[in-house]
Write a protein that binds this ligand. Structure first.
Ligand code: SF4
Ligand code: SF4
Length: 464
């Protein structure tokens, strides 16, 4: 893999190469359209989701102070951390699978860095013009460019701030957030995160761009471990393109000993990371396919077949067969499928009720005036549903076990925890062991499917 195209990359005296600004040329074509589709849908999803309502509250809200994650009709609690862990594993597996199959699809079409950079580039082109105008503008002095530069940065900053507020809107109700923002009454943490994300968006998409992908993103570094000779990558067909050289249209370039590459460098000019794909597979390549569109356009103008730069595999370039089904894709796909099915099954059968039984540790047991053996417990009931429930309580496991004060139900509001002190009493004649298992069964009166059984220990005197 080669180093980025910087003028100092061959300078052995210096380990530091100053960044050369990249002016990616605008590109049209099928992959540009697909990327635009990705940008519009992901932006729409990001900016639109916090505004969706579900049963009178924000449909997606990660309420960290309340320790509840609301996703559509389901509320997840810290006890449901397992689901988050499985989701993260699924995301990692999906990344492995798609990388093994088709390289950096994620980077080129769905990564937030690509998506926001694409929007920032679009704004830049609208304000400053295309690549040649931008290069020319940057060479002029400040008095000729300040208006365009100020306009561009103002729009970037407004969009960044909007992004920061929207991001925080996933964690704080967004309606209140906007009101608080305009009335300057955001809390200290809200203020911090709004401006932090605004600053990160402005810095990453406006200024750093390809440097985030090349120097900061760890995925670029370890992706080579996930791909093999059958992975689809974006590659230049050297056998067909070389030797490169300029020629006139309709001229028989084969007679001149030339390949199909006319050496126009358009594929380099459109590259957002500034590399030349003709140098081979490079870790700086984010797989955006802009060079495919650009080169296909050139091929069309020259009346050559398209696909000099294309999605292909290293094996295919060497004339070998492509193997889509191979051990690593089969293993990733199987684990991905099994984990997804298990996650869906687990969420759909999830019971929104949690019961903790805490034994009184001050006394093992006590004897009542009636000669019964009594154990004291605290029952912690967490209603993780979106509505209030009254639960019927049933105690079993020991013959004729009684609940003191005749408590048989407990009512808990949605999203709340209720603690109920409970005295269980047993005739010593019914105790066969010093420590017996006792079962607490709670079932919601209005939803019998919400039913949970927990066990605990009932301690008594030594038995003979
Ligand atoms: S765009 Fe195509 S023809 Fe032009 S330099 Fe790149 S590979 Fe060669
Ligand atoms: S080499 Fe092609 S696919 Fe790779 S980043 Fe540059 S333009 Fe995108």
């Amino acid at each position: 893999m080669s180093t980025p195209n910087t003028p100092d990359s061959n300078n052995s005296d210096s380990l530091y190469a100053k960044r050369e600004k990249i002016y990616p040329r605008q590109v049209h074509g099928i992959f540009a359209q697909l990327r635009m589709l990705g940008v519009i849908s992901l932006m729409g999803f990001f900016y639109g989701t916090p505004w969706l309502q579900w049963d009178g509250r924000q449909a997606v809200l990660f309420d960290l102070p309340g320790r509840q994650f609301h996703i559509l009709g389901i509320t997840f609690w810290p006890q449901d951390f397992f689901y988050l862990a499985v989701l993260l594993i699924l995301a990692a597996l999906a990344l492995f699978f798609f990388t093994a199959l088709a390289g950096r699809l994620w980077c080129g079409f769905a990564c937030p860095q690509t998506v926001w950079t694409e929007v920032f580039l679009w704004i830049e082109r609208k304000v400053e013009g295309g690549r040649p105008q931008q290069i020319k503008l940057d060479k002029t002095d400040l008095k000729h460019k300040w208006l365009k530069k100020t306009t561009k940065h103002t729009i970037w900053l407004v969009l960044s701030l909007f992004t920061g507020i929207t991001f925080v809107g996933f964690f704080t109700p967004i309606h209140e957030l906007w009101v608080n923002f305009f009335t300057f009454s955001l809390g200290p943490w809200e203020n911090f995160w709004v401006y932090f994300y605004a600053f990160a968006t402005y810095g990453n998409a406006g200024w750093m761009r390809e440097q985030v992908c090349i120097y900061m993103c760890p995925y670029a570094r370890f992706q080579s471990a996930m791909i093999d000779a059958d992975t689809f990558i974006i590659a230049y067909d050297e056998k067909r393109g070389d030797p490169r050289g300029s020629r006139k249209k309709n001229e028989d370039h084969r007679e001149k000993g030339l390949g199909d590459c006319i050496d126009c460098s358009i594929c380099v000019q459109v590259c957002p990371t500034g590399i030349d794909i003709r140098d081979g597979l490079q870790y700086e390549c984010i797989g955006c396919a802009a060079c495919i569109d650009a080169c296909d356009d050139v091929m069309k103008k020259m009346d050559y077949p398209s696909g000099l730069i294309r999605y292909t595999t290293q094996n295919a370039l060497e004339g070998k067969l492509i193997h889509l089904l191979r051990p690593r894709t089969i293993i990733y796909a199987s684990i991905l499928m099994i984990t997804t099915i298990m996650l869906i099954a687990s969420i759909s059968t999830r019971i929104p009720l949690e019961v903790d039984i805490i034994r009184d540790r001050n006394a093992l047991y006590r004897e009542t005036d009636e000669g019964l053996i009594e154990n004291v417990y605290i029952l912690k009931v967490i209603n993780m549903d979106n509505i209030k429930h009254t639960y019927d309580m049933r105690i079993s496991g020991i013959k004729d076990i009684k609940v003191g004060d005749n408590i048989s139900t407990i009512t808990v509001n949605s999203g709340e925890i209720s603690s109920l002190p409970l005295r269980l009493q047993v005739d010593p004649a019914n105790l066969t062991k010093r420590s017996s298992k006792v079962f607490f069964t709670l079932s919601a009166q209005d939803a019998p499917e919400i039913r949970l059984e927990q066990d605990g220990r009932f301690l008594g005197p030594r038995t003979r």
